[in-house]
Design a protein around this ligand. Sequence first.
Ligand SMILES: [Zn+2]
Length: 82
Amino acid sequence: MKITDFLVMDTDGNEILADPHGNNLAFACPNCGAPVLAVALENQRGWDEEHSAKCRNCDTGYFLDIREQAQKLYIHPVLGSN
Ligand SMILES: [Zn+2]
């Protein structure tokens, strides 16, 4: 799914520093600030809890909640992943 220029927010709806481009999303880990890469394609990293994008620094997993109509997405942590 193309997510270029989508608004990127955390679970609380606060906009976070991120770079959505094509199917890819680079964002700063909300937990520690390290860079994380997620891919907005089925069964790729960040698609759902089972296929989370993991922060390599603090080990927190994340998945995307994409609202295509509104051109925005939420980044949710996988609870208990770190
Ligand atoms: Zn982190």
